[in-house]
Design a binder for this molecule. Structure first.
Ligand code: AHG
Ligand code: MN
Ligand code: MN
Length: 330
């Protein structure tokens, strides 16, 4: 019997069948995201052969230099989502303002937020990069500033979240709140195929992931944690830091440990963005049995106040996140 091929679309439909309330709407929306990431993956695989490396010469709302692939990824996702009549609003790291595809109503009820290309500094050196997405539903009874009321919801109201990592293979992980499931893009058939279901993050892991160059700028307690991790008593921690959040998180999800981006003088609220980096990965981490905080509170409980709001992030195995807290809060 040949091995069963289960594509992402089949998986979603089967999962949704278990939820009669689901109307197939979500799978219709997610198929736009999977199409976009397959197109982005094709571009990434040809980087250097076609003119997509390097900078655009523009700076985005984050104050960061925009890479060509950032824009290609952003427009690809916007185009694919534009064909879905159930998406009302789109928020992107690369766009100053939200894109209102359709006035949110009973039909156009989804809000899709994303980091189209995460790890931009790694594009030109062929290191793993990714796409991160978060899905909210419009908020009933949204107030005066309807658009921002629909968008600025805490992460615990996400109906789905996921990421794609463009690496030696292209892998997608997503959750709709019923566990974390992982798929590899099979280039032979152009479809994401199920490789793992109900992934559980190891309860602990001797790997910490941080940019230690900023150590002098970290809160004292974090510096003390980093000192402790190097002691005999800690039992042999290793440091891994790729500089693409998606890649550092993917490793942490599969092998355990902790990723941290604490506040620095340069980024006093942390560098990572709450709505489309921390929230989606925090939902995945918790669905896999891990934890995600800003050093003080649960990421998913933070009520956003602005579109591109930044946050500190401590995410990974529950025991490792708690250990960072024990030093940071001391
Ligand atoms: P992006 O490329 O979407 O701007 O994200 C980059 C982020 C994240 O991927 C990574 O963890 C972090 O920047 C690395 O920051 P440092 O270079 O300051 O370590
Ligand atoms: Mn990013
Ligand atoms: Mn980005």
């Amino acid at each position: 019997m040949p091995p069963r091929i289960q594509t992402l679309e089949q998986h979603i439909l089967e999962t949704q069948r278990a939820h009669p309330a689901a109307s197939g709407e979500f799978s219709w929306l997610l198929s736009a995201i999977t199409l976009a990431t397959r197109i982005i993956s094709a571009h990434v695989r040809r980087a250097g052969l076609v003119d997509i490396l390097g900078e655009t010469g523009k700076t985005n709302v984050q104050g960061e230099i925009v890479q060509k692939l950032d824009l290609i990824a952003n427009e690809t996702i916007a185009t694919c989502l534009g064909y879905r009549d159930n998406v009302g609003i789109m928020v992107s790291e690369e766009d100053d303002e939200p894109r209102i595809l359709k006035e949110p109503d009973e039909r156009a009820k989804y809000i899709v937020l994303f980091d189209p290309l995460d790890g931009s500094s790694n594009i030109d050196v062929n290191v793993s990069i990714g796409t991160i997405f978060s899905i909210l539903q419009r908020r009933d009874g949204a107030g005066a500033n309807k658009v921002m009321d629909h968008i600025l919801q805490p992460g615990n109201r996400q109906i789905a979240a996921g990421y794609v990592i463009y690496s030696s293979s292209t892998v997608m992980a997503y959750t709709t709140g019923q566990g974390v499931h992982m798929f590899t893009l099979d280039p032979a058939i152009g479809a994401f195929r199920l490789i793992r279901e109900h992934i559980k993050m190891p309860a602990q892991g001797k790997t910490y992931s941080v940019n230690e160059a900023y150590r002098p700028q970290f809160p004292k307690g974090v510096q003390e944690y980093l000192d402790w991790a190097k002691t005999e008593q800690a039992g042999g921690y290793g440091l891994r830091y790729i500089g693409s959040l998606v890649a550092d998180f993917h490793r942490t999800l599969l092998t355990g440990g902790v990723f941290l981006y604490p506040p620095t003088q340069k980024a006093p609220k942390g560098k990572l963005r709450l709505l489309y980096e921390a929230n989606p990965l925090a939902l995945i981490a918790e669905q896999a049995g891990g934890a995600a905080t800003d050093g003080k509170q649960r990421i998913l409980d933070k009520v956003p106040t602005s579109l591109h709001e930044r946050t500190s992030l401590v995410i990974g195995s529950k025991a490792e996140v708690e250990r960072v807290h024990s030093f940071w809060r001391a």
